[in-house]
Design a protein around this ligand. Structure first.
Ligand code: AMP
Length: 283
């Protein structure tokens, strides 16, 4: 079923709750791929009903970013989402979510100011605001997110804690193409040649993971290694490459055994910006 108004979505979710149903929500910006489908399939296994939201949220795009040209195809998405186990696709119009008198925003703390927050000022404020709205609108018991956007999962965990949403968050692994490139709606922008260069991000993560497994503990050495692997490819510009504590995104001098490191990379191929990450437990 397709729902486009907040009022109808509220009423549907309220009815499901009265009927004792567990509601799972999968927030997306659409142009669905197998990464999204893995979230929907997991939600459909764990919940009685699944709401997949499709909304290209203008608030999380900066000036000069790709909001206008972000790929959109609701019909295609509706079929993919339904086939993967979605009960309701919630696809509101922009003015349904942000009427002209809209004025309230949710600010995230320091966790949203690093990495993506530095390169995309205001991005997480937009993400957190829309996710808070989608939680209120869809009334889920469980909410599904991808590790692909690792910093985003920390920011949303903070939102859920701080604003006391009675929602369990589920984070699922990154789904990749055969050559390691993380699936992303933005991959459609890549020319065949750019698509080839885009694997540099994954190769950097692999190189750092191998270094950790061979005994490297120094955060800066891991960052340098990832930067070098990406920068060796003339077509990819590095925005950042870092090895940080997974829970806090704090830099450390050296990781200790048993600690979880987050390897974070972001780069640009022409105007196309790609991010990726890997979580590694230090042996
Ligand atoms: P997006 O439509 O890109 O905003 O993503 C919607 C949700 O799907 C977010 O929770 C993403 O982290 C997740 N997601 C996007 N790409 C992938 C992927 N390759 N593997 C797993 N989850 C993903």
């Amino acid at each position: 079923m397709l729902i486009t108004t907040i009022d109808q979505m509220h009423r549907w979710s309220a009815q499901q709750r009265r009927d004792g149903k567990q509601i799972g929500v999968v927030p997306t910006m659409g142009y669905l791929h197998n990464g999204h489908c893995s979230l929907i399939k997991c939600a459909s296994n764990e919940c009685d009903v699944v709401v997949t939201t499709i909304f290209v949220n203008p608030l999380q795009f900066g000036v000069g970013e790709d909001f206008e040209r972000y790929p959109r195809d609701l019909q295609r998405d509706y079929t993919i989402a339904s086939d993967a186990g979605t009960t309701v696709v919630f696809a509101p119009r922009t003015d349904e979510m942000y009427p002209s008198n809209y004025a309230t925003f949710v600010d995230v703390g320091p966790i949203g100011e690093k990495f993506e927050g530095t390169f995309r000022p205001g991005h997480f404020r937009g993400v957190v605001t829309v996710v808070a709205k989608l939680f209120h609108i869809t009334q889920p018991h469980l909410a599904y997110f991808g590790q692909k956007d690792y910093q985003q999962t920390l920011v949303i965990a903070q939102l859920i804690r701080d604003l006391n949403f009675d929602i369990s968050m589920v984070v699922l692994p990154t789904v990749r193409e055969h050559d390691g490139l993380a699936m992303s709606s933005r991959n459609v922008y890549l020319s065949p040649e750019q698509r080839h260069h885009a694997t540099a991000l994954y190769r950097a993560l692999q190189a750092a993971t191998n270094a950790i497994n061979s005994g490297e503990r120094r955060s800066h050495a891991l960052a340098e290694l990832m930067t070098k692997v990406i920068a060796d490819n003339d077509h990819v510009r590095v925005d950042y490459a870092a090895a940080v504590q997974a829970g806090t995104l704090e830099e450390v001098t050296e990781f200790s055994s048993g600690e979880q490191a987050a390897l974070l990379v972001a780069g640009r191929i022409g105007p196309i910006r790609l991010i990726d990450n890997e979580l590694v437990t230090i042996p």
